[in-house]
Design a protein around this ligand. Sequence first.
Ligand SMILES: [Cu+2]
Length: 172
Amino acid sequence: MNYTRTGYLALAASVCGAVIAMQSTAPAADQPASGSKPTVASKVPAAATALTVYKNATCGCCGKWVEHMRQHGFKLTVHDVDNMSPIKERVGLPYGMGSCHTAEIGGYFIEGHVPAAEVARLLQEKPKAKGLAVPGMPIGSPGMEQGNQQQPYDVMLVKEDGSTSVFAHYPK
Ligand SMILES: [Cu+2]
């Protein structure tokens, strides 16, 4: 199965490439201040904040999403893999829900540029579901920032039977 399809994704991928180029010239300085400040992850039990991420090594926007999640208090284990398709198939991602990176937390998958706040909400509410997905790579989602540009997008809840419903709409 091929999860990267349509010109829309190709465009998003080129934007993501631009992000890589921009990032390489920026100082790799802004580490999150550790400790004191409450984060969205602090709303869920500490044991539930361990997130495993699979991505391509060259994916710049994936790396930026990883930073976004760390800044919000999640503890990440990141695996760089060449072929994402077997992982997306294993977690049961339905056709049309695909994005770049795939993560797993608390028995759920997190596909694409899902905001940390929605991951925390998922872990608090614990719906019967397979996971959350932001299909494609919408501009303005975490890790896909392009100045002030903001493409409206939905965070989809993927149920156990593969059907989907809107979990959150952005911008809020
Ligand atoms: Cu991406």
